[in-house]
Design a protein around this ligand. Structure first.
Ligand code: ADP
Ligand code: MG
Length: 239
């Protein structure tokens, strides 16, 4: 099997290629979609056109995920309050939570230091992870998000679900492009998460127990205050 480094180099390469190819395919795709919509309005066989349109939409979704892998033209790292970031993400996916009867419980230390991150990318990470958790709980349940500064300078964020879990022999496959067990999955969500977290000098770890649930732990460096040493003189050294 690949070493971690080989894996991450491969991912970097795939990311660059993905970005280029996705951009190139998007333009003709948009024009094909336009024509199909036009033809559809002049026919009785609308269901065939709908089928084609659905497939085009699926290609579009896959390309969308690939484009996230691309470095955006402007990467802006900002000081971000994790509490607010999580709140924003939960609002974004609120309709999916309600539709699937899933509740989110957030547990945070009193004082959580800020992190420096690309806001859109970091939101994408949480969305991908939470979506996987929702999809793993077909009968609903609770997702716990725990935020702690476990070690000085490192913020740990755990996302814990009560879903189907992942077989232990599959854990090492996670994050490989196109690995999916879902009929409509892309197998690109976790890979995107890992790429983004690595570019933030963080770590990404998944543990899981079949039929119990899955825990994703992310760590991200915090913004630390400059350390100012204090000198204390012991005793009188002047004599
Ligand atoms: P996708 O969601 O499109 O399948 P991902 O990269 O997001 O692609 O996930 C890859 C696979 O990892 C999923 O198909 C699923 O089998 C497994 N997986 C990821 N997260 C979870 C989770 N929280 N619970 C159970 N299985 C998971
Ligand atoms: Mg996914």
């Amino acid at each position: 099997t690949d070493s971690l480094l080989q894996k991450s180099e491969k991912l970097a390469l795939v990311g660059q290629m993905a970005a280029g190819i996705a951009h190139e395919i998007r333009n003709p795709l948009t024009s094909i979609k336009g024509f199909i919509q036009l033809f559809r309005s002049n026919t009785k066989q609308k269901e065939y056109y709908d089928l084609v349109l659905n497939e085009l939409e699926r290609i579009n979704i896959i390309l969308g995920e690939f484009l996230v892998l691309a470095k955006p033209s402007v990467v802006v790292f900002k000081e971000i309050d994790v509490k607010k970031l999580i709140k924003d993400v939960v609002t974004l996916i609120n309709s999916q939570l309600m539709l699937n009867n899933v509740q989110i419980k957030v547990e945070m230390d009193e004082h959580i230091p800020s992190i420096s991150c690309e806001e859109t990318q970091m939101k994408q990470v949480f969305i991908n992870i939470l979506k996987n958790s929702i999809e793993a709980m077909p009968n609903g349940g609770i997702i716990e998000i725990k935020v702690q500064e476990k070690k000085k300078g490192k913020l740990s964020i755990c996302i814990i679900d009560q879903g189907t879990g992942i077989p232990s022999d599959r854990i090492s496959t996670l994050g490989e492009p196109f690995y999916t067990t879902k009929e409509k999955g892309t197998g690109l969500g976790l890979m995107t998460c890992i790429r983004i977290i690595e570019s933030h000098n963080g770590t990404f770890h998944i543990s899981s127990e079949l039929n119990k649930g899955t825990t994703v732990e992310i760590t991200i460096p915090t913004i630390t205050q400059p350390y100012i040493p204090i000198m204390i003189q012991l005793g009188d050294t002047s004599k």
